[in-house]
Design a protein around this ligand. Structure first.
Ligand code: FUL
Length: 483
């Protein structure tokens, strides 16, 4: 163990990053003038009169999110076309000049209120790139943008996230904008100190693709230089040819492993978010009504993102009525039902655990079973390898194990394996790399009473705050329902 590794092991999340991570699964809502023009990127010359969602119902959106088990929602308050879903005092290009609710409506308010009513967190997407505003390309635009931020961050209650898109091209005058990022961040920190700033921001890292692709080893401790990556205009997305959202960039498979951080001077806690859409596009297009991702694919992304030390931001685009289409609503309810039934009964809730060693009695092996994320097991400082045996009290059949590190102490586990006792021989059934906030281990069904978790490699010394055991197959939930 060297100094660099113990330095990496001691980097911890901020309170706002921790609160955000616990949301796990939340919705992206792309809705705006593009919904009515059938486009992905508007030019900014669209007539606001086009915006008229006659059956708009924010409660329906929120209900769909809840049925899927989502705990938050991020709304595109303004996309690249500049059209604002709230009656901004700083532009005429907004709902105020649309026929919807006679120009007296405020989509942002209705969505924020609907979220609050049911306890879903609300977040805002405000596109820095504005293809409409004539101030774009001058310092006046930065003032305008900060004013818009102030409106969103003061008028709509608690905001959990400000999502800054990396796409950036020219404004209406052919000019590019030099963004005052630090100025934007100051406004956010002042008005909503609990909100994370995502993608073009210091708190949440874009996973690097829009295709739902995930890394096997997703580190939250990465080089500090990554915080600036998405802000580099030259590397941003300039055209929307439908290809970008499908592209996977495997170049950076390892961002935080030993090799990746070996020579890096400054490391930061910069955890990943996986964002993708339930449909091929981000905005609603009737032609895509039968092109939804399957339940299996959505669950696969869920398990690899939420269960792979990232969060899952899934886009559900409302249609021209202002409703999430029936097909999408049904699919999300199916996903939610499977997740609920999978994680309903923790088969390790009455288990007993013993470890090869523990730091002290406050950190004994039992802490991984107590259902309290604040408590955790850890061995002595400097012990990089250790094992815990879990006695489930009786033979159980399971195919899913959930592990959580105590990330308030840092991210440390680099490799582990799971074994079960067959006769008197330990049989290995699962090996993985990092854990971090959460690792959902999935494997073919195992029937056993004794399970052993061995930390094979770690930084400084590992921690574990949760070990849960489930049987996720559909037969299980049906049997459970009957009994
Ligand atoms: C991209 C944008 O250009 C897309 O339209 C979409 O908003 C996606 C989430 O980010 O950069």
């Amino acid at each position: 163990m060297n100094n660099r590794i113990s330095y990496a092991a001691q980097i911890v999340p901020s309170a706002r990053q921790l609160a955000w991570q616990e949301l796990e699964f939340y919705a992206f809502i792309h809705f705006g003038i593009n919904t009515f023009t059938d486009k992905e990127w508007g030019l900014g010359d669209e007539d606001p009169a086009l915006f008229n969602p006659t059956a708009f119902d924010a409660k329906q959106w929120v209900q769909v999110c809840q049925s899927a088990g989502m705990k938050g929602l991020i709304l595109t308050c303004k996309h690249h076309d500049g059209f604002c879903l709230w009656p901004s005092a700083y532009t005429e290009h907004s709902v105020r000049n649309s026929p919807w609710r006679g120009g007296n409506g405020d989509i942002v308010k209705e969505v924020a209120d609907a979220c609050r009513e049911v306890g879903i967190r609300f977040g805002v997407y405000l596109s820095p790139w504005d293809r409409r505003d004539q101030r774009y390309g001058s310092s006046l635009y930065n003032e305008f943008f900060k004013n818009q931020l102030r409106e969103l961050l003061t008028g709509y209650g608690d905001i959990f996230c400000v999502w800054f898109d990396g796409a950036c091209g020219e404004g209406p005058n052919g000019l590019k904008q030099v963004y005052d990022w630090d100025g934007y961040y100051d406004v956010i920190r002042e008005l909503q100190p609990g909100a994370v700033i995502s993608v073009c921001g210091p708190d949440v890292r874009w996973c690097g693709n829009e295709a739902g692709h995930t890394r096997e080893s997703e580190w939250s401790v990465v080089p500090a230089t990554l915080q600036n990556c998405e802000k580099i205009q030259e590397e941003s997305q300039h055209v929307d040819d439908g290809e970008f959202s499908k592209r996977v960039n495997t170049r950076d498979a390892d961002l935080g492993g030993r090799e990746a951080i070996r020579k890096v001077e400054q490391l930061v806690w910069y955890p990943a978010e996986v964002n993708t859409s339930i449909r091929p596009g981000w905005f609603y297009h009737a032609a895509e009504d039968d092109k939804l991702r399957s339940v299996e694919k959505l669950l696969d992304i869920y398990y690899k993102s939420v269960g792979g030390n990232a969060t899952f931001l899934l886009n559900l685009p409302p249609d021209r009525r202002g409703l999430i289409h029936e097909n999408d609503a049904v699919r999300m309810a199916e996903v939610g039902e499977i997740l609920r039934s999978t994680f309903r009964h923790n088969l390790a809730s009455n288990a007993h655990a013993t470890a090869t060693e523990a730091l002290n009695e406050n950190h004994d092996a039992g802490r991984i079973l107590d259902g309290n994320k604040e408590t955790f097991w850890c061995p002595q400082e400097g012990t990089e390898q250790a094992a815990i045996e879990i006695d489930l009290n009786e033979e159980r059949t399971f195919d899913t194990i959930v592990l959580q590190e105590h990330i308030q102490s840092g991210q440390r586990i680099e490799k582990l394996c799971l074994e079960y006792l067959k006769g008197d021989v330990w049989q290995r059934f699962y090996v993985c790399t990092v854990v971090g906030y959460k690792r959902i281990c999935r494997f073919p069904k195992v029937t056993a009473r004794h399970v052993r978790l061995t930390v094979l490699e770690s930084r400084w010394y590992p921690t574990l705050s949760a070990f849960e055991v489930y049987l996720g197959s559909r037969e299980f939930s049906e049997t459970e329902k009957e009994s």
